[in-house]
Design a binder for this molecule. Structure first.
Ligand code: IMP
Length: 435
């Protein structure tokens, strides 16, 4: 019997904070070295920005690997997909000369319908002050319908008969929720069919069994990047619930969201910003809402790729980074936006939290506790030198290297890559065998 051979070829690239860590840049840098890049969760709530020369690309559904000719890209079964947005994204790239023919969409991925967006905004309004601060794109309601076992899968969406039957079965229920609970107008089956059936037809050639495809690729010896979206603290199970997204953003999500086995994961790279940012509501212990946060926001251009919202900014939080490392099994850090910290006289790094008399080294499950947590900071000298041209670790000032060392000491994870600017070349690779 010839043994299947998909061992240790996958590199997971996951966010370690509240999203927006710069995963796009890291995946882009690594994509030239792999055959496949696959997303396993989330939808167009993600916003991955990639700068190539004088061009900026903003990806929402598509894996960043799409920018490399010949790299095969997968939208996995764990994703929720807005067909209209995906087609616009594909056509936008095609107009800029990007070949998108290597895209494969899972037949089991779920589809976001217009009423999912309606429910997203209506539920946020209903929560009032307790709102989550979602992207408003219908992500949560689409995942909720999947869990309720009334979602629309790609395989059904691209077949006119099955799409029609699904609408006949499900639309009356959705319309009842819209009108009776939220006082909103419902949808007509004919209107949805007229708008969406052509979109399903457009996507149908790319829809396939991506779990089978990935296993074939791994078995053939292709290297694969598992591209995460959002971050550890937004994970549905492990994040700062309820201020989370509705999918598993962590390592476990790769297995269910793509249908591959654990032996396919060789390394788990945690992408972590040199400081911390957050969009949306919820506690943020190291937040700096004064001048320091403002400087970080302006120097780091911290405005959402998807919604344009200004991001809340604060110091590096070793407690959450260590927590992210624990739940994901990070084997290395890809530290991003280190250049944004240039010019601060002193840098602060949270090593633990103080909750009344108790010193916490772990992320607490109760948000009411997290609200009361005060960070215990380690203070480190900053640097003035421009680091954007450094290509090797020893080209960084001593203070910068001390800062990296402090992050390693607090989180117990080695820094294996450092990004010192948005361009592909502005990257220092410390561990050369990745991926
Ligand atoms: P949703 O994913 O739209 O349901 O939003 C839930 C929470 O996740 C909100 O706090 C959003 O701001 C946050 N979120 C979702 N996607 C991203 C992302 O790509 N970056 C940062 N935050 C995100």
């Amino acid at each position: 019997m010839k043994k299947l051979n998909f061992e240790k070829r996958g590199l997971a690239v996951l966010g370690a904070q509240w999203g927006d860590e710069g995963k796009g840049k890291i995946v882009d840098y690594l994509s030239s070295k792999v055959g496949v890049v696959a997303r396993f969760q989330g939808g167009n709530n993600a916003g991955h920005t990639v700068v190539v020369g004088d061009q900026t690309f903003k990806m929402h559904h598509l894996p960043v690997g799409i920018l490399y000719p010949g790299v095969k890209c997968v939208l996995g079964n764990g994703m929720v997909i807005n067909p209209e947005v995906l087609i616009n994204e594909l056509e936008g790239l095609q107009q800029r000369g990007v070949d998108t023919s290597e895209l494969r969409i899972s037949d089991r991925a779920h589809v976001i319908m217009p009423f999912h967006r309606d429910f997203d905004s209506a539920e946020e309004n209903f929560r009032g002050k307790q709102k989550i601060g979602t992207t408003g794109l219908g992500i949560g309601p689409a995942y909720a319908d999947k869990a309720y076992r009334r979602g629309l899968r790609m395989i059904d969406f691209i077949d006119l008969d099955r799409f029609t039957s699904w609408l006949e079965e499900i639309l009356p229920l959705q319309n009842a929720f819209l009108s009776k609970i939220y006082g909103l107008p419902g949808y007509k089956k004919e209107d949805l069919l007229q708008k969406f059936a052509p979109l399903g037809e457009k996507l149908s050639a790319s829809v396939t069994d991506t779990s089978l495809f990935l296993r074939e690729q791994l078995n053939k010896g292709e290297k694969v990047i598992f591209e995460g979206a959002q971050g550890a603290l937004l994970d549905l199970d492990h994040g700062s619930y309820p201020y989370v997204t509705s999918s598993p953003t962590s390592t476990g999500g790769i297995l269910t969201g793509l249908g591959v086995g654990p032996q396919s994961i060789k390394d788990v790279l945690g992408v972590v910003k040199a400081y911390t940012t957050r969009v949306g509501e919820g506690p943020f212990p190291t937040e700096e809402d004064g001048e320091t946060g403002k400087i970080m926001r302006e120097q780091g251009v911290e405005y959402g790729t998807t919604t344009g919202r200004p991001r809340r900014c604060g110091w590096f939080d070793g407690v959450i980074a260590g927590y992210g490392a624990g739940i994901n099994g990070f084997t290395g850090w890809a530290l991003t936006k280190l250049d944004v910290l240039t010019g601060f006289k002193t840098l602060k790094l949270a090593t633990s939290y103080q909750l009344a008399d108790e010193q916490l080294n772990h992320f607490p499950p109760l948000l009411s506790d997290l609200h009361l947590c005060k960070p215990n900071y380690l203070e480190i000298d900053g640097w003035e030198e421009d680091i954007t041209r450094a290509r090797k670790l020893d080209e960084l000032p001593t203070e910068t290297r001390n800062y990296l060392q402090a992050i390693e000491d607090v989180t117990k994870v080695p820094v294996v890559m450092v990004s010192t600017g948005p361009e592909r070349e502005q990257t220092i690779v410390i561990r050369k065998d990745i991926p």
